[in-house]
Design a protein. Structure first.
Length: 326
């Protein structure tokens, strides 16, 4: 089954962000209920922290679970000797990290389609999926200290950017019993509209998605998810039907053409080249003035919304924009 969003560094998957927000609320609710009852309601067993995944269960076991906890994927095979060294380390660390990540083991011989979709050239290969977004961690054997450092960074990004606080673990919990025990998150007042917007995006109806997000913002101007969704939908609408080669040629041939640079920056971002998009517009700000400069600055702020205010690339670009302006 095709992963929803295989971008390694690009645009945020809105459906996954929404699911991550719901998962965070559910996890906090479970912890509060567990504390009130003096138990671990909604908790998972340590045995649930390492799972075998196949193509049929990838959507459920990896993509959906990645909305509540980072999922580390260990691509392995029985004949792979380095895999036999790495896999036990990852399994032990999954238990040691006590629910901060979930380890999914995928046998590449039995699941070659997944191997191809992730672009894996050799094993062992370790990826992570966070809120529906996949990113490579490392390939080949690695020292435990390096693995721990990578996992620490993964956990930190998952919590700070997506609000994924991980799973509640109870050594006495029955394996496989967490989903039935976990309480459902309360529905928000705009959930139906936001869900309609996400469905419109999935169906390619960008105009419908834009209108749905605007409807939410008319009533709730500060709604973070709607602002993010609107920024992404408008970006996708702007690049729809564009000829990438021509857009990039126009930008290269006319470095002073503001519209050409803005159009190329949009394509950069959609392609996952975040720093290139930001750098292009900041350089354009530096060599323009008046209305042209304002147009570039406003587009850059829109792209900041798409990537997310907490992303370190946005933080760095904001500083560079301030230097360019003042």
């Amino acid at each position: 089954m095709q992963p929803r969003n295989m971008s390694m560094s690009g645009v945020v998957d809105l459906a996954a962000v929404k699911a991550a927000q719901e998962a965070k609320a559910k996890a906090e609710q479970a912890r509060a209920e567990a504390a009130r009852q003096g138990g671990a309601g909604g908790a998972v067993s340590p045995a649930d922290l390492v799972i075998d995944v196949d193509e049929a269960g990838f959507e459920r076991d990896v993509l959906q679970r990645s909305a509540e906890v980072p999922v580390v994927i260990d691509f392995w095979a029985e004949w792979c000797q380095p895999c036999k060294q790495l896999s036990p380390v990852l399994e032990r660390l999954a238990v040691e990290y006590n629910g901060r990540f979930l380890l999914a083991k995928i046998d590449v011989d039995a699941n070659q389609m997944l191997m191809q979709q992730f672009g894996i050239q050799g094993i062992p290969a370790v990826f992570a999926v966070v809120a529906g977004q996949a990113l490579p961690l490392f390939q080949g054997a690695a020292a435990e200290a390096q693995i721990r450092q990578t996992l620490d960074q993964l956990v930190e990004v998952a919590e700070q950017r997506f609000g994924l606080t991980g799973l509640v673990v109870d050594p006495d919990a029955e394996p496989g019993g967490a989903e039935a025990a976990a309480p459902a998150a309360p529905a928000g007042p705009y959930d139906a509209l936001l869900e309609a917007a996400v469905q419109a995006l999935d169906a390619g109806d960008l105009g419908g998605a834009i209108q749905a997000y605007k409807n939410v913002l008319n009533d709730d101007p500060g709604n973070t998810e709607a602002k993010l969704g609107l920024a992404q939908a408008e970006l996708l609408q702007r690049v729809q039907g564009a000829d990438p080669q021509q857009v990039r040629k126009d930008a290269a041939d006319n470095p002073k053409d503001v519209r050409a640079q803005i159009a190329a920056a949009d394509l950069d971002l959609v392609g996952g080249h975040v720093e290139d998009a930001f750098g292009r517009l900041i350089e354009t700000v530096q060599r323009t003035a008046g209305e042209d400069r304002d147009a570039v600055r406003l587009r850059l702020l829109e792209l900041f919304e798409v990537v997310g205010a907490e992303d370190p690339r946005v933080t760095a670009a904001r500083r560079a924009l301030a230097r360019a302006l003042f």
